[in-house]
Write a protein that binds this ligand. Sequence first.
Ligand code: ATR
Length: 277
Amino acid sequence: MTDRYAVFGNPIGHSKSPRIHALFAAQTGQDISYEAILAPPDGFAASIDAFLAAKGGPARGANVTVPFKEEAFRLATRRTARAEAAGAVNTLSFDAGAIIGDNTDGAGLIRDLKNNVGCDPAGRRILLLGAGGAARGVILPLLLENPAELLIANRTEETAARLALEFARLPGCAVDVKPDGTGFAGLDGRQFDLVINATSAGLGNAVLPLPTSVFAPHCVAYEMFYGRETAFMAQARAAGARVGDGLGMLVEQAAEAFFVWRGVRPHTAPVLAAIKA
Ligand code: ATR
């Protein structure tokens, strides 16, 4: 019997995940099905229940996207340490009545930076823009790479300060660097080697009030959003930065989920190339 997987979101029509996982399955010879399921705004848990109960092969796992990652966190009966740190779940595994919640977004970003973008976070001065769910999910993975510094800058300064403090106090986490938090005004005169946009400003194409000086020579600017050139990408390019978007992170977080479920790590480069084309 074919093991069943699905991605749940709203909207979900344009999700690339079914295609990505189909390519992974073909490449690794895994017998799985993977579909996209539109869950109603107030019906995420019911949609998961229906998926578990549906006829066919056993339901083994699910990916979760906007706006259900926090609800998936609460639905999980067990959670990995990286899901706990992120406060959100994008990967569920179903195992004999247990629902295990994981988060592969941060691992996806790190793998994309290292393997596809060619920008190892180790030793770099990193600026993380935004203090919402997307930013939270990548803070611990970035710290674990031993950057020279990590500054979180947000439109609402207090949110950035609170988030930085929370991660600086993380129990049992031996990292050398403690993150700092600021508002955009606090960026004057500062320079960074890697600038990551985790705000949702890209969706509305809002321009972030960033001083040009934040982009150090040889800086890499990474937009977590993908699909089109955002104001942030244009801003960074004009300042001389090398620019990447979140498509690689999408493929890499999917590969990490595939590994969690199947114990096999697919090669991402040919899949990323196919998705780009
Ligand atoms: P997500 O899960 O995508 O991170 P979120 O939790 O709603 O979504 O967080 C959105 C983030 O984008 C926040 O950091 C928000 O800044 P505020 O905390 O000040 O609201 C940021 N953001 C959204 N629109 C923005 C804009 N036009 N300019 C600057 N920051 C923006």
